[in-house]
Design a protein around this ligand. Structure first.
Ligand SMILES: Cc1ncc(COP(=O)(O)O)c(CNCCCC(=O)O)c1O
Length: 466
């Protein structure tokens, strides 16, 4: 069998058995209504056994998945534009990841790196040191979730600087633990009722060009000046341990700061002895067309958090930073039972191999080239899209009911999302105002599926606006 070119290039090209085992035809199939009867029945089980606090965006229960397709228990095959919230960048069914996990899980599943360590953890740290921005000596620590990585990045920053204050941005999202909720800007559903929250967190306006009060052309200069002024007024730069920012904000609405903002903010932090933390959990690891979103401006953070796509779907997260900062922590100050689980680490090495060898950064840029023109067509046709933004395969549209007042249209956003789901396209929304429709397809999705998904989006707008 020759090398497969229809989005399966990461499957062993000359292993028919592997191909046959993994092969889910990359084709949308609507066998029933969405959700189908079996999913509806299983959803009743969910309601009877899972906390109501755990939401479900699209209650179709999945039995298999590969690249751009999710197959549910009713036999439907859905096109995936969500990647499980920017996680399966290398694609479900990635042969490298499967082989690595099968090998590792047969060797051992867990010993606790703090008790008896193992090489796989070191391999991941060495890869992160090589891939994250900057030629300086680096260290990493591995965890299980993004929030855990952010929590530990803050711990490291505080110990290393002997300062306590942390600066976060409007529209920022950093997790659902107590400290990361304090860093997160949106109340519902993330924070409401869960307080009190961690102290010494200060919030500053985000450089949000589309909604900058005096116009996008003034955003860079005024947002930077405002950032400095607010830090000085609210807390004083000498008291700030770190500034944390998502280079492209995720849950807050895929907000892309104007070119130069990250550079200016990072330089100001360096001059003030404040650590610059890039939270690349959603934007990192080829998602935006670069290894890290900060690479777009050539910014070198002091600490970088990673998770989501890092291990191809297995739970793994990390903090990677300047050696002198990471080593400032007393021995035993970082850790956790499962942190850097060996099976997740093996998956991560395989996923990073796939990103490198399958050239997934280039694939992300190709996805951008496919999606953006189609979004512009829909914007021109409907007149309800106020902004199109993002990079690579991290793209979004902001829906408004008035182009001048830029009135967020959350109802239309939800209606389009629902219409996509009914047609077998898995899509996600986000944004502080609930009016951002985001695109996060697996980087291994075939181009014809991308186009079919965008056709569905077009139909969904037509239906929602009828
Ligand atoms: C930038 C950024 N930092 C941190 C996190 C947190 O990562 P965890 O692995 O979800 O803890 C995220 C997770 N984003 C998706 C959250 C989904 C939800 O919980 O509703 C992120 O995007």
């Amino acid at each position: 069998m020759g090398v497969l070119t229809d989005g399966f290039s990461h499957v062993c090209p000359n292993d028919p058995e592997a191909y046959a085992r993994l092969m889910i035809e990359q084709k949308r199939i609507l066998a029933t209504s969405i959700p189908g009867p079996k999913s509806q029945a299983m959803q009743q089980r969910k309601l009877a056994t899972v906390s109501a606090g755990v939401g479900t965006g699209l209650p179709v229960y999945i039995e298999a998945a590969q690249d751009g397709i999710l197959r549910d228990i009713d036999g439907n095959q859905l096109i995936d534009f969500g990647s499980g919230i920017a996680v399966t960048s290398v694609g479900n069914g990635n042969q490298r990841v499967i082989d690595a996990v099968q090998r590792q899980i047969a060797d051992f599943t867990h010993t606790c790196f703090m008790v008896t360590p193992y090489e796989e953890y070191l391999d991941v740290c060495e890869r992160l040191a090589a891939l994250t921005p900057g030629e300086h000596e680096k260290r990493s620590a591995l965890f299980n979730s993004g929030a855990e990585a952010v929590e530990n990045a803050i711990k490291i920053a505080r110990v290393a600087t002997k300062r306590q204050a942390i600066v976060a941005f409007d529209h920022g999202y950093h997790g659902r633990t107590n400290l990361t909720m304090a860093l997160t800007a949106k109340n519902m559903p993330y924070k409401d009722g869960f307080g009190p929250f961690a102290s010494e967190i200060y919030r500053v306006p985000m450089a949000y060009p589309y909604r900058w009060p005096t116009g996008a052309e003034h955003c860079l200069e005024e947002a930077f000046d405002g950032f400095v002024a607010q830090v000085q007024a609210q807390v004083g730069e000498d008291n700030v341990a770190a500034v944390i920012i998502e280079p492209i904000q995720g849950e807050g609405g895929f907000i892309v700061p104007p070119d130069g903002f990250l550079t200016a903010a990072a330089q100001w932090c360096r001059d003030a002895g404040i650590l610059f933390i890039a939270d690349e959990i959603q934007s990192g690891l080829c998602r935006t067309g670069d290894w890290f979103a900060v690479d777009h401006e050539g910014v070198v953070p002091d600490l970088v958090t990673t998770a989501k796509g890092l291990a191809g779907g297995m739970p793994l997260a990390g903090v990677t930073g300047r050696a002198e900062l990471m080593d400032a922590v007393h021995t035993g100050g970082l850790g956790g039972t499962y942190g850097g689980n060996p099976v997740a680490c093996a998956a991560a090495i395989a996923a990073l191999d796939s990103m490198q060898e399958d050239e997934l950064c280039a694939k992300a840029r190709a996805i951008e080239d496919t999606i953006l023109p189609r979004l512009k067509e829909i914007a021109d046709k409907t007149g309800v899209i106020g902004d199109i933004r993002g990079r690579g395969a991290m793209l979004a549209i902001e829906l408004v009911s008035d182009q001048v007042a830029k009135t967020p249209n959350a109802a239309l956003t939800a209606a389009v999302n629902k219409a996509c789901h009914a047609r077998g396209l898995v899509t996600l929304t986000c944004g502080t105002y609930g009016n951002v429709f985001r695109f996060l397809p697996p980087l291994t999705i075939a181009e014809d599926l991308l186009h079919e998904g965008l056709d569905i989006l077009d139909e969904a707008f037509t239906e929602a606006l009828a």
